[in-house]
Design a protein around this ligand. Sequence first.
Ligand SMILES: Cc1cc2nc3c(=O)[nH]c(=O)nc-3n(C[C@H](O)[C@H](O)[C@H](O)COP(=O)(O)OP(=O)(O)OC[C@H]3O[C@@H](n4cnc5c(N)ncnc54)[C@H](O)[C@@H]3O)c2cc1C
Length: 384
Amino acid sequence: MNFELSDEQRAIQQLVHDLCIESVEPRAAEIDAKGEFPWDIKDLFARHDILGIPFPPEYGGVSGSALAVVLAIEEISKVCANSSLILSVQSLGSLPIVLGGTDEQKRRFLPPLASGEKLAAYALTEPGSGSDAGGMRTHAVRHGDTYVLNGSKTFITGGSVADTIVVFARTDRDGQGEARDISAFVVEKMMPGFRVGKLEKKLGIRGSPTAQLFFEDVAIPAANLLGPEGEGFKLAMRVLDHSRPGIAAQALGIAEGAFAVARRYAAQRKQFGKPINEFQGIQFMLADMATAIEAARMLTYAAGDALDRRLKTITVTSSMAKVFASDVAMRVTTDAVQVLGGYGYLRDFPVERMMRDAKITQIYEGTNEIQRLVIARELLKEAG
Ligand SMILES: Cc1cc2nc3c(=O)[nH]c(=O)nc-3n(C[C@H](O)[C@H](O)[C@H](O)COP(=O)(O)OP(=O)(O)OC[C@H]3O[C@@H](n4cnc5c(N)ncnc54)[C@H](O)[C@@H]3O)c2cc1C
């Protein structure tokens, strides 16, 4: 099935595909095994303008199309989910500035992110507030032209390697108020009082650092406040509407990568005197995997397209794409391991890594339970 792509989107898809086959796929197993951030891949992406895809040309980027970002993340994820996170988090961490920043803030912060000279991160989650992000405790108090930030964040992707971090914090007086009292700030890693804590040891995406961040009396210029004070929670949720298709694309790519390995293996592996793809049990599994992937692709591209067209349905489309594609990724990667039998369970083949990497897509940027709540809420609104 084909989705209507522009010439620019097709060119980006092809460029990323070729680069990933040549230079990313050979590194994927090692990145996972070492569990280290792949600076070489980050530099490769920067050199080829891949980190510029989420940004429009006026801010130093090469596209700004959400569907182009989706296509690029999908291609990278087919071979290496860890590497796809370099692009998706560059987009996630920049989106609060793109969506909520003034022109001056965009000119100040975006060009070094578009070029890949600097890396971005998005800091919403805290130890006590995950799904209930509005319950955060980190707070900022204004003194003249400065906000003083105190608190901590947890699970921040790229938090230890980022230069520019958008941090959400309470700006009400007692730090106990409503979600409407949250504001968004750009914190730069050199600011005194900012500290990176421990890096988490994880099941998958092991080459993507997940960090605790601490803020002790960090003085942030008021010029780094994004949007009006107290509007940060709305901004955080708008950002997730825009970034969830990227998680769907990551899930889709992982599923496609695992399916390709399983299909190839099933053609070569012989048991009972014939290739295992001649057994109907294996054929049905491959057929179900391919069907689910096709449906996930259509929904994911539709979500990227809806963002580019600024459709009112983006909240629900983004959540549907994220929940569906991530559930597909988990099922397809698990079945891919099954098709490879005992060999699927070994590190010698990439499907066990893909299965471990797929799991996170059901959890971050809002768990799939939260996506279902979002979808239901929008449906109920429509029903009046
Ligand atoms: C590897 C990794 C990277 C991450 N990167 C980032 C990042 O870059 N920036 C960032 O801000 N955060 C990040 N996160 C945080 C992530 O978004 C949260 O982990 C996620 O939102 C869930 O929050 P929690 O872990 O506190 O789980 P909880 O909110 O404690 O949820 C526990 C369980 O309860 C369910 N649950 C909770 N509330 C409801 C409800 N109302 N109805 C039904 N079920 C419910 C959940 O679905 C889940 O199954 C990352 C997390 C991980 C693991």
